[in-house]
Design a protein around this ligand. Structure first.
Ligand code: ADP
Ligand code: MG
Length: 705
């Protein structure tokens, strides 16, 4: 069914009328368009409403680009400094004139345009010295424009400078579609089950792909775009839901049937606090998963400080009671060490051994750990990526907990699976909450638990945004907090590209802090990337033990550090941090019983986005809300740690705007697979075939054929 389509779609782009070898090579290298099919999926990124014409007098009310009907009344080449050439023109709409300017392709444009001829002018007016002008406008002779077979909505395609030089600007690419689309007439098969098409009243696939390029009107454009967005989400979700079903039905997991003695002993005698309702609920969910006979693949979301670590610990005890081992993997050495210390403190009294394995574990110690893991002697190990090494073998790994998931990729998760013949249960804990749409797209193959409740007695952190003129007041405030026995973090940004400058900022900051907070009344720790692991550790420990009152640091303390006595987090140059980072940093305080503060120091001039970030931080402590704003501001690809993921690269769908379509597509994919897990029924054949042919990112699907 798709063979005929493939024959057309796979035709090399050179063979398209109007392309040829040299443009073809450019389309490949500039836009990755190698075939007819690639071009078909090069969608317009916006549309110009051809039915709307502006008068020059109305320009100030126009949204951006305008379209004006009129006459070119003047065209002159001007030679400027250093022999630079430009072309200046005047365009009249019958009432007023507007200046036109070209800096590039001057000779070419001069040849093409004719004075005293009627054109449709298109471009973005700018105010220059009090008058409107348009730089590099497009002019189309009125005669051909009115004969155009395009509808009233004209597609605008992305192009590049090199392509433009070869005559393929946005409009040139639009022209290619006139040649392209006829090849696809009658060969684009449907790929969605007819029931979904009927219920959602989707336009057929072929119509959507034609209408998206040359829409009849805005209504059919909207329907075409909806259909294509839905389809894009649907097939990704189909793969994820499918994967999840395979995990649950085909991948055997070790059965953790009962609650054993270590768990009970810990729960009754060593638990330092009452679990929150949310923690209890999540532990129950995990128990159910691990007892089901299938492998658990669960994502645990919870705001900073919501107590994910305790959930991890209880889960580890469950598997240890059944004779398995457990590991906890963290993204940084500091965080791994912190977890190790925390777990040891809780488990030592029970006589349960925990060890730490990181990149800086000495060789001799490493050897012992390797042996004790492979003999099964060592029940719990905490570590970094070092745990993934080939040499690390477990006698019987029952559970792998991964903290701060966003720094580990799917491939790394998979490497943990291989540590046992029956793959271990996997519990992934995110550092910061992520929006639902993003969770569905990134972790749609996992089950998701949410801790939506903070431990009791926490006072919400008060967040303030200060400018430099409050510096003295800030120092006074810090002194007052310190005099009450509290401790303070002062964090400086560290951004790789300018690491040297950042380091200098930190050093000069450190100097002014030690001037403002002199010995012997005050003691200051400093931690940054240029220190050795031991030096860092010594500085951290001085702060943890309360020997120093101020910790000056780069973002190395971003994750994990736990000093309940710290009550103030000062973030310097806060405008240089992303929202989730700011929220993470703020989460370092507010862990004790006293009122805590987060002070965001910024320069006077802030861009709009930075301002939104500061306002959001001041307004709310809710990590889920913050992550929604973050997604809106930065887009899915840029959010902390969500790396380039195939499931986040969309041709037409938009995770920020199209969350509703995504939820619908996921629900439909679930329903479809519930009824027909293998998509064997004839009415699902096109969907199955499409999936097998074109959705390559899912390896597991190949297992079902
Ligand atoms: P995160 O979810 O950010 O990893 P942690 O697990 O580090 O949070 O927990 C934050 C702090 O809250 C720790 O000091 C921990 O001991 C404490 N904590 C966790 N659960 C509870 C609870 N139910 N009651 C009181 N304190 C708790
Ligand atoms: Mg944590």
């Amino acid at each position: 069914m798709f063979d005929e389509y493939d024959k057309v779609a796979k035709t090399p782009i050179e063979y398209l009328k109007g392309v040829g070898p040299s443009r073809g090579a450019l389309l490949r290298s500039e836009l990755g368009i190698a075939s007819f099919g690639d071009l078909l999926f090069h969608f317009p990124f916006r549309y110009v409403d051809r039915s709307k014409f502006y008068q020059i007098s109305e320009i100030s009310q126009a949204p951006g680009e305008v379209q004006i009907k009129g006459k070119l009344i003047l065209l002159n080449e001007v030679v400027g400094q250093k022999n630079s050439r430009r072309l200046v023109g005047k365009f009249s709409d019958g009432q007023q004139n507007i200046d036109l300017i070209w800096f590039k392709s001057v000779a070419n444009i001069k040849k093409i345009l004719k004075v005293n001829t009627a054109y449709i002018l298109y471009g973005k007016p700018q105010l220059y010295n009090g008058a409107w002008n348009i730089v590099h406008p497009e002019l189309e002779p009125l005669e051909t424009a009115t004969k155009s077979e395009f509808g009233t909505l004209f597609p605008v395609y992305s192009s590049t400078e090199k392509l433009t030089a070869k005559g393929l600007n946005g409009k040139g690419i639009a022209r290619l579609f006139r040649a392209l689309l006829p090849h696809f007439k009658g060969v684009i098969p449907e790929n969605l089950p007819s029931e979904i098409i009927e219920v959602l009243r989707l336009v057929p696939r072929s119509e959507a792909l034609f209408q998206v390029h040359f829409p009849r009107d805005s209504k059919s454009l909207q329907r075409a775009r909806f259909r294509l967005k839905y389809e894009e989400f649907f097939f990704i979700q189909l793969g994820m839901v499918r994967q999840k079903r395979i995990n649950q039905t085909q991948i055997k997991g070790n059965v953790i049937a009962r609650v054993g003695e270590r768990f009970n002993a810990f729960y009754q005698n060593h638990l330092p606090f009452e679990l929150t309702g949310a923690q209890k609920r999540v532990v129950k969910e995990i128990r159910k998963d691990m007892g089901s006979g299938a492998q658990m693949n669960r994502l645990l979301q919870g705001d900073v400080g919501s107590g994910k670590t305790m959930v991890a610990l209880l889960s580890m005890l469950l598997v240890i009671d059944e004779g398995f081992q457990a590991c906890l993997m963290a993204p940084t050495e500091i965080l791994a060490r912190q977890h190790f210390l925390g777990l040891s403190e809780l488990l030592d009294p029970m006589g349960l051994r925990v060890e730490l394995l990181t990149g800086s574990t000495p060789q001799s110690q490493r050897k012992i750990l390797h042996e004790d893991l492979s003999s099964g002697e060592l029940p719990i190990i905490v570590g970094t990526h070092a745990l993934l090494e080939e040499k690390v073998k477990f006698a019987n790994l029952g559970l792998a907990v991964i903290d701060e998931q966003h720094r580990f990729g799917v491939a790394q998760r998979a490497r943990l699976w291989k540590k046992n013949t029956i793959p271990p249960h996997i519990l992934v804990m995110t550092a910061t909450p992520i929006p639902r749409t993003l969770a569905m797209s990134l972790y749609g193959d996992l089950d998701i638990s949410v801790i939506d409740e903070l431990p009791p007695g926490r006072k919400p952190i008060q967040t303030l945004h200060y400018l430099e003129n409050k510096r003295l007041a800030l120092n006074g405030f810090l002194k007052q907090q310190i005099s009450e026995g509290r401790q303070v973090y002062i964090v400086y940004p560290l951004i790789q590209e300018s690491a040297k400058q950042d380091y200098q900022d930190l050093v000069s900051g450190f100097e002014s802090i030690t001037r403002a907070f002199p010995e012997p009344d005050y003691h200051v720790s400093v931690v940054h990337g240029n220190l050795s692991a031991q030096e860092k550790e010594a500085e951290m420990q001085a702060f943890v033990k309360g020997q120093t009152q101020i910790m000056v640091a780069t973002t190395v303390i971003e994750v994990g550090v736990n000093v309940p006595n710290a009550s103030v987090m000062v973030i310097e140059s806060a405008e240089r941090f992303g929202l989730s980072q700011l929220h993470q940093l703020r989460g370092r305080v507010g862990r004790g019983a006293s009122q805590s503060f987060c002070i965001l120091m910024t320069g006077y001039r802030l861009g709009e986005e930075a301002r939104t970030r500061m306002e959001t931080m001041v307004r709310t402590n809710d990590g889920f809300e913050i992550s929604e704003v973050d997604l809106r501001l930065r887009g899915p690809g840029e959010m902390t740690g969500t790396q380039q993921s195939g499931s986040l690269q969309f041709k037409i769908a938009d995770l920020v705007k199209d969350g509703g379509i995504l939820s619908q597509a996921r629900a439909d994919a679930i329903r479809l697979l519930q009824r027909d897990a293998e998509l064997r029924s004839p009415e699902n054949a096109p969907t199955r075939e499409f999936y097998l042919r074109y959705c390559k990112y899912n390896q597991s699907w190949s297992r079902i054929s």
